[in-house]
Design a protein around this ligand. Structure first.
Ligand code: NAD
Length: 457
């Protein structure tokens, strides 16, 4: 599709980008600058004419870039027109993968070359290491392009702030990759059950964890070693640091930022408040050759609209015990959820709470799972404490697509139809403030307070 369909000096591509600035449309059928425009299936995105496809570029085709590419291939009307990555291995892998699905992107080493050469892009996805997000997102926004940028916005709050400012100044969309914000399971759990129906009562405690087994540093196929002059040109000190950027202060924020950013973001969503303080403990306890804390425990305090609340978060990289999930505890019950439904996908009802049977009839939760005392086992000694435990009620929403797909769909729908972004830059910045502060609390063994203005970019 060329940018030749100018009408009244305004092209379709201009229209898409302006829509990104928040014009917002609500239409189901109609004409878009003389072209038929068809929307089908609520929640499934719209089916567009082939000529209405979005031409998207990817910068950073590593592990996560490829996850996002895979999602894009499942979304109608998305064409990966170009990709840029400084590593030949990633370039070959991603372009080869796309070729299998009939997509033939232009391939670049340097994203600046991509931006200068590709004249008819509709959007850019950025999945490079955190430390280059700001430079690349700002450049794309300044080119007039909407951006989906992976979390964490940046490993520096100053840099993250520039992203918010650039998005604001250019009027272009900037979605940050906290994909739980678009996940219908999380939206149901937090917006519907916690907030709207308040089924677990007053929520006073959050708990989340991301525990991973010990793992060696990442290596690489030796034939794909990047010559040091090229590595240095792009700011990397060595192949070891390039591959394991998460663990080094120059490029990332360590496990608390890498993993915690997703879940700490949920505390603010659930509590409808940013934290007022943080205290944390962590250390380089296990991997002496790495720069970031490998195990971290955090306590946040909140003033929520319903009163005081606290959240405990831990990220451990020397045990996979319990995996990763989030829990919200109220005085009438609790809710456990995880991106992996086997780890969390249910609510517990306290015995004194109002009857949940009407919620089951409404389809908001599923019927209570068999209580523990009815399970046939020789190994459970059932006594009065067990019978007093809260019953477990599974959640009803399933996500039959990869976890990142709804977040990308939200981004593309924002470009096409002006729907609001689920994680715009301002919101992600607030989350980044809460998360990045943890490393400071660990470093200083300090109890740190937040001011309301700390969360404003
Ligand atoms: N939302 C999620 O669930 C999720 C999951 C994993 C990673 N991430 C995020 O995605 C991003 C990438 O993580 P990853 O696991 O794919 O890392 P990775 O190391 O596997 O991939 C990074 C890619 O970026 C390329 N790259 C590095 N510097 C570049 C530059 N200046 N220009 C162009 N390409 C460059 C590398 O060659 C590599 O191919 C990070 O921000 C990470 O936090 C998000």
């Amino acid at each position: 599709m060329e940018d030749s369909d100018k009408k009244d000096g305004f092209s379709r591509r201009d229209f898409l980008k302006t829509t990104a600035a928040g014009v917002g449309l609500a239409m189901t059928t109609g004409k878009l600058f003389g072209r038929p425009f068809l929307l089908t299936g609520a929640g499934q995105g719209r089916t567009v004419m082939p000529s209405d496809e979005l031409r998207v570029a990817l910068i950073g085709a590593g592990e996560q870039g490829r996850v996002l590419l895979d999602c894009c291939l499942r979304i109608p009307g998305i064409k990966i027109a170009a990709l840029a990555d400084i590593w030949e291995y990633s370039r070959n892998y991603a372009s080869g993968y796309l070729n299998k699905y009939g997509q033939t992107p232009h391939v670049y080493e340097d994203y600046k070359q991509l931006l200068n050469s590709e004249k008819d892009l509709d959007a850019v996805i950025i999945a490079t290491p955190d430390w280059v997000h700001a430079e690349q997102a700002n450049a794309c926004l300044n080119h007039g392009l909407p951006v989906y940028c992976e979390k964490e916005m940046s490993n520096s709050l100053d840099q993250a702030r520039t992203m918010v400012e650039t998005a604001r100044r250019t009027g272009r969309l900037l979605q940050i990759g906290h994909q739980r914000r678009s996940n219908p399971r999380y939206i149901h759990a937090i917006d519907k059950l916690l907030h709207e129906r308040q089924i677990i009562g007053r929520v006073m405690i959050g708990y989340a964890q991301w525990n991973r087994a010990r793992a060696e540093m990442l290596s690489w196929p030796k034939k794909y070693t990047i010559p040091s002059e090229i590595l240095h040109r792009y700011g990397y000190n060595s192949m070891e640091e390039f591959r394991n950027w998460r663990w080094f202060k120059k490029y990332g924020g360590g496990p608390i930022v890498d993993l915690g950013s997703h879940q700490i973001d949920l505390f603010s969503w659930a509590f409808k408040a940013n934290p007022k303080s943080v205290v944390a403990s962590g250390g380089i306890d296990y991997y002496p050759q790495r720069e970031w804390y490998d195990n971290v425990m955090v306590i946040y305090e909140y003033d929520t609209p319903t009163g005081a609340a606290r959240a405990f978060y831990q990220v451990q990289t020397t045990t996979s015990h319990g995996g990763f999930y989030e829990t919200f505890m109220g005085d009438n019950g609790s809710l456990v959820i995880s991106e992996v439904p086997q780890r969390g996908d249910w609510a517990y009802r306290e015995a004194h709470a109002p009857d949940w049977a009407p919620l089951v009839r409404e389809g908001l939760i599923r019927s209570e799972a068999p209580p523990i005392q009815k399970v046939q086992t020789k190994n459970v000694f059932v006594d009065v404490r067990v019978t007093a435990e809260a019953g477990r009620w599974p959640l009803p929403i399933e996500l039959a697509k990869p976890a990142h797909q709804p977040h990308l769909e939200n981004f593309f729908e924002a470009i096409r139809r002006g729907v609001p972004l689920n994680c715009p830059a301002e919101l992600a910045y607030e989350s980044a403030v809460a998360v990045l502060k943890v490393n400071e609390a660990v470093r200083n063994h300090a109890y740190l307070k937040f001011r309301a203005e700390d969360f404003k970019a």
